[in-house]
Design a protein around this ligand. Structure first.
Ligand code: G6P
Length: 612
């Protein structure tokens, strides 16, 4: 999704804007641009394609000044091209704006503005904002702040934007409704960005803007107001990670770095959620009495993408460990469902970013229907966390690769901790079982490290199959969501068609696809459904499918059936998804690198999907 940055201060303007934009590349984009104001002159440079093209452009056309905005655009209205790239300007080249979101009434506004004599130069919805601000600021002579306020009064839809004017060189304005914006507070300088990675090179003190708020940003002051102009006392938070967390640190890709951070992530979760030198702390935010949570009789889980796969595993945890019935839906469907809340029912939203629009709308929909809402999220201060009644953070650190890896296992970790907490509170597991499972959880990081040290085996397999046209992933029971996750990873980053199925469904369709060219990944660690999996893969073998089996160490018998075997360490069945997913992440990673795709920023995808 689009990335926005804004800066005022004495650093070199092009360096700071380009650095900040580079930190937002992970969000997904197809063009980039910046605008600077210097001695009353506005300069705009923009380029389709990757940020490196904009960097070259800036080299050839140096810019100066103390005030500027920048943008990475993920095309919605109009193809990715220079004319549609942001910043957009008005007829007089006085104001420049960068925007994330969709102005829903842009057609009507555009017709009015054209009748008033404004000339449009792009296909974007954003350009109407530039001309509206021009109407108030340039034509009617209002100050920039007032002009932005009036403009906001005219628009419908979601937005986060930053505006500069060549008439007001000491200030820029940011505003949000629906799309995230963070203000970075510096010393004699201030920043605005869509997301914290863009500012942590410069400052870790931040204010997260809320919907319907504006920030009037000058060098020495940030004034936060409501859209109506009332001053709001800002809540400054300290971002608890730094620039090295958003760097590759010698890894070829962020995705590889993040796969290999998983032992540390699970270790941190263990210490926070199970140990913590005494009574473990589970909830980071709890805006209602914990006794209500203890009495929950049903959990309704909603999420998108990889987070939805974590939700599917969470259902197993809640039902089998906590004895709480659970249902799962993808947010884009959930948000339009007629909800019939029962008493003592809880909504659980799972989201890495906390900004996915469907998940946010699902949360609002459920809250309106009377649900109490708990969320599992990775991003501090994100919209979903602010609108939930309770929050558990995954503390996975910033995830930059578009394909989610460490955030997924962190979500599984929190779901497991929550289900065990419930199980203990409700007496559905005894203390002995609780301790045994907690101890097994503690051992996961070492087991993950063992899988990481054997990753070359996955590379060998990837070398055999990277030219395949399709992949099938099969699993049963608690590992079945990983069949979806393995398939999603291959689709996302290697652009190979892949589907995940409960192995028992094979006979109802997917088996027709099996021939000697079809690689089938069977995820079958030692478990209560292992024998059933063996029967299913016999059916694959009988039809000459190529079998790649992920199974528990020591299970050498499987080598008679499988073409390739990847071993994972032994653990409890409940915890096996934490381990079985690692080879799947590596498989997708290696297949993608062998095919030469853009692993960290796959085509057409965005890290956080903030438009519907
Ligand atoms: C996008 C990302 C996925 C992610 C999904 C849900 O599709 O590319 O990696 O799983 O959104 O995002 P969320 O932030 O809500 O977990």
């Amino acid at each position: 999704m689009c990335g926005i940055v804004g800066y005022i201060g004495s650093r070199k303007i092009d360096t700071v804007l380009l650095k900040a934009l580079s930190r937002l590349e992970y969000r997904g984009y197809d063009s980039a641009g910046l605008a600077t104001v210097n001695q009353g002159t506005l300069s705009i440079l923009k380029e389709p394609g990757k940020l490196t093209r904009l960097v070259m452009r800036v080299k050839e056309n140096p810019v100066a000044g103390t005030l500027g905005i920048g943008h990475t655009r993920w095309a919605t209205h109009g193809e990715p091209s220079e004319r549609n790239a942001h910043p957009h300007s008005d007829c007089t080249n006085t104001v420049a704006i960068v925007h994330n979101g969709i102005i829903e009434n842009h057609d009507t506004l555009k017709s009015h503005l054209i009748r008033e004599g404004h000339k449009f130069t792009s296909d974007t919805d954003t350009e109407v904002l530039a001309h509206l601000i021009e109407r108030f600021h340039v034509i009617q002579g209002c100050g920039l702040e007032e002009s932005v306020r009036r403009t906001i009064g005219e628009i419908k839809g979601s937005y986060a934007f930053c505006v500069v004017s060549s008439r007001e060189e000491n200030v820029f304005i940011a505003a949000r409704n629906g799309s995230p914006l963070v203000v970075g507070l510096g010393n004699g300088e201030n920043f605005v960005a869509s997301d914290a990675p863009a500012i942590v090179d410069f400052t870790r003190n931040a204010v997260f803007l809320e919907d319907y708020q504006m920030a009037v940003v000058s060098r020495d002051e940030v004034k936060i107001t409501s859209n109506a102009g009332e001053r709001i006392r800002e809540k400054v938070v300290r971002i608890d990670w730094d620039a090295k967390d958003v760097s590759k640190e010698g890894f070829e890709h962020f995705m590889l770095k993040e796969i290999e951070e998983q032992p540390a992530v699970i270790d941190r979760l263990f210490r926070m959620r199970f140990e913590n030198g005494g009574e473990p702390k589970l909830f980071d935010v709890l805006r209602f009495d914990v006794s209500q949570l203890k009495k929950v009789e049903r959990v309704v889980i909603q999420a998108c993408g990889t987070s939805w796969h974590a939700a599917l595993t969470g259902k197993f945890f809640f039902e089998s460990l906590s004895g709480i019935p659970a249902e799962v839906d993808v947010s884009s469907e959930f948000r339009y469902r007629k909800l019939i809340p029962q008493k003592k029912e809880l909504l659980l939203s799972i989201t890495q970013s906390g900004e996915t629009i469907d998940t946010l709308m699902g949360l609002r929909h459920a809250k309106q229907s009377g649900f109490k809402a708990l969320s599992i999220c990775n991003v501090l201060g994100s919209t979903v966390t602010r609108e939930s009644d309770a929050v558990i953070y995954t503390h996975a650190g910033p995830e930059i690769g578009v394909a989610s890896t460490k955030a997924y296992t962190a979500q599984l970790g929190v779901l497991f901790a929550l289900s065990l907490w419930w199980a203990r509170e409700r007496g559905s597991v005894n203390e002995g079982t609780y301790r045994r499972l907690a101890d097994e959880f503690r051992e996961l990081p070492d087991k993950m490290r063992k899988i990481i040290s054997a990753k070359d085996r996955v590379l060998e397999i990837a070398e055999k199959y990277f030219q395949a046209r399709d992949f099938l992933f099969l699993a049963r029971g608690i590992n079945y969501p990983n069949a979806h996750e393995g398939a999603l990873k291959i689709k996302e980053i290697a652009y190979i068609h892949a589907t995940g199925h409960p192995a028992g469904e094979m006979k109802h369709g997917p088996i027709a696809l099996i021939d000697e060219n079809m690689p089938v990944v069977a995820i079958m660690p030692e478990s209560s459904v292992y024998e059933k999996m063996v029967s299913n893969i016999q059916e694959v073998k009988a039809r000459s499918g190529k079998l790649i089996v992920v199974t528990t160490e020591g299970n050498t018998a499987i080598e008679r059936l499988a073409d390739d075997v990847i071993y994972i360490p032994e653990t409890s069945e409940f915890l096996s998804p934490f381990l079985s997913v690692l080879p799947l992440q590596y498989l997708a990673y290696y297949v993608a690198t062998l095919r030469g795709t853009d692993v960290d920023q796959p085509r057409n995808l965005a890290k956080s999907v903030t438009v519907e």
